[in-house]
Ligand binder design. Structure first.
Ligand SMILES: [Zn+2]
Length: 303
């Protein structure tokens, strides 16, 4: 599925090695009930939302391909009904990995148009230094949308809103007004610096737009599922948006002062967050580079 190159970060190395040895891997899934219909499921990969009730099961994202059997077992503990719909928040392999098995079993897969396009061809990431081949037919979305799509299911609505050029060019966040829950996809990495997939049309300014859109839809009681990290609150997402805006503004200011990227990195414009957010995966210099590349319109990771 992936070609591993030496430049890959330690985190990704661990993740990719894990993928390579999946057969023997036992992933522990933990579920958190959010409302009468919704449950958040954590395993390995992007966080999942599960709607279960009279109409059956609908899920948002389905993690990594090799752990799908365990994922289906974990979903089976929440409901014995079939999975009828899947919404993928974007095309990354840790969010669409279960599509093939779940699609083959008959679920309808719904995504933004650009997720279909990305999944339908080989993709190279300049940051990961990995190549991902096109997905098999069973994994591909069945219904795609441009701006938004609403699913009426289990007595409530779920609306997926496309956020342009953010974490990728095909992101959607999903709002359940009745349950008062939002799934952010990778528009929110809670507790770590975000990854911006520049090769796939990602841009920090779109991520900020996505966070602001979610804050408009939410209220102080909304339960907010990040793509990665623990369940979050309105206040935590608001703080995240302020951090992104401030960090981006600092880099923008240094660009205006005609500093080049290595000078900007040396000035440590994200110093106040580096200890808390910069040690999990994306490092401070990588995050600053992603902001810089975004603001300069560079559509690859280029330091
Ligand atoms: Zn992602």
């Amino acid at each position: 599925m992936f070609t591993l190159k030496p430049k890959t970060t330690a985190f990704m190395t661990a993740l990719l090695l894990t993928i390579a040895s999946q057969a023997a891997l036992a992933v522990e899934f933990t579920s958190t009930r959010l409302s009468d219909t919704l449950t958040m499921l954590k395993g390995q990969g992007g966080n999942i939302a599960i709607s279960s009730g009279k109409d059956g099961v609908f899920i948002i994202d389905d993690q990594l391909a090799p752990i799908t059997e365990g994922l289906l077992e974990a979903i089976g503990k929440i409901s014995d009904q079939p999975i009828r719909y899947v919404i993928n928040t974007h095309y990354h392999g840790d969010h669409v990995g279960g599509n093939e098995t779940i699609g083959k079993a008959g679920a309808v897969i719904v995504t933004h148009n650009n997720v279909y396009t990305r999944m339908n061809s080989e993709h190279f990431s300049t940051f990961m230094q990995t190549s991902t081949p096109a997905y098999p037919t069973d994994a591909m979305p069945n219904i795609t949308f441009s701006d938004e799509a609403t699913l009426h299911f289990n007595g409530e609505i779920a609306t997926a809103y496309h956020i342009a050029n953010a974490h990728t060019d095909g992101d959607a966040l999903v709002h359940f007004p009745k349950s008062n829950v939002i799934h952010m996809g990778d528009l929110w990495f809670q507790g770590l610096y975000p990854y911006i997939d520049l090769d796939a049309g990602g841009n920090i300014e779109g991520v900020i737009n996505g966070v602001n859109k979610a804050l408009e839809l939410a209220n102080s009681e909304t339960k907010i599922i990040p793509g990665h990290g623990p369940l979050g609150s309105y206040a935590e997402l608001k703080a995240y948006g302020e951090f992104l805006t401030e960090a981006t503004q600092s880099v923008r200011q240094l660009i205006a002062e005609e500093k080049n990227l290595s000078e900007i990195i040396a000035l440590k414009p994200t110093a106040k967050w580096d200890e808390t957010l910069g040690k999990v995966w994306i490092k401070p210099d990588q995050f600053v580079t992603m902001i810089y590349n975004s603001l300069q319109g560079i559509q690859e990771y280029k330091q």
